[in-house]
Write a protein that binds this ligand. Sequence first.
Ligand SMILES: Cc1ncc(COP(=O)(O)O)c(C=O)c1O
Length: 370
Amino acid sequence: MKVPFIDILRYEKGFLETTSAKACELLKNGHFVGGPIVGEFESAIKDYTKTSFALGCANGTDAIQLALRAVGVDKNDKVLIPDMTFWATFEAVVNVGAVPYTIDVSRETLHLTLASVKEGVEKFNPKAILLVHLYGWACPETLEIRNYCKEKNVLLIEDCAQAIGVKIKGESLLTNSFAATTSFYPAKVLGASGDAGGVFTTDKTVADTTKILINHGRTGHYDHGLIGWNSRLGAYEASFLVESLKHLDARLESRRSVCQQYREKIKNPALNFLSPSKDVWENGYLSVALMTPETRPAFIEYLKANDIGYGTVYPGAMSAQPGAKDHLGGKISHGHAEWIAKSIINLPCFAYMKQEEIDYVINKVNEFKA
Ligand SMILES: Cc1ncc(COP(=O)(O)O)c(C=O)c1O
């Protein structure tokens, strides 16, 4: 048997027919960019996430740049980011002219902590923090970090590229986020058929500014109130997302079941399967296990020999990337991000994975000898 790390083509029965028919309708009506379908998607995802304002844009990296700009992050402002994230988080800060400062994450939760945020704020006095929620979980201390940022007047933006459908204390992560972003890249839990992204906010001014930035700073057809750029969401992507959203809960349920089965049925002591904190309801984006950096290379070779796909999300700290050298303002490192990068392993996990595929992975991993 061969089990890929991810297979995003396991569509529901009738899904392709429906999305194709909707595409024809858009083409017949000349709806290519924007149009009523974008508004329909924005309204549907707003209701799903229970936020106040939701705006579609071109991709998840733009979404972070839009949010940074909309909340008022400007040239040379300092922005804290976790040292363990996807490179887009770092890039976005640099692309808006601000300066990224990396702070270390926890070895236990793999996310920022209130203590690490406090240490970063006290040391660097930043204008903003980008809190990143990875693996389909939420940073366990999200609510405490939100309160602390409010108290200290530090702007908080949350990168939820991997966190659509995640709940914290029973509430959608996006409901009370001042400014949050996501990616609808096809491999995300809610994927478009190409690039797409979204900005979410509880603040009307942030929403209004984001909307203007998305479309060339337009305040009228040929009136430009701001320097924005073209980050408009395509009509077909919006239409594909409207249909995908109808199936999202079923897809997440299927993914969560895979993660849970790995946790319960893999008994190999070489792997330590992690769970999100007890207050967090995951979306099943990734399965996460840690192993010793000495064991992982042999395990990877074993997975390859058995035709099992895998991920190492992510294999390097942001501050250590060659591209960071000329832009990093400063960092607080305790070596945790580097250690996680060498220790993490992600097993196959995607919606509608077959039970025989899950069993194959579980059995093979249980048979691995370190
Ligand atoms: C944490 C995180 N932030 C930002 C992004 C960027 O999203 P996009 O690829 O849609 O630009 C991603 C996507 O991979 C991500 O995982």
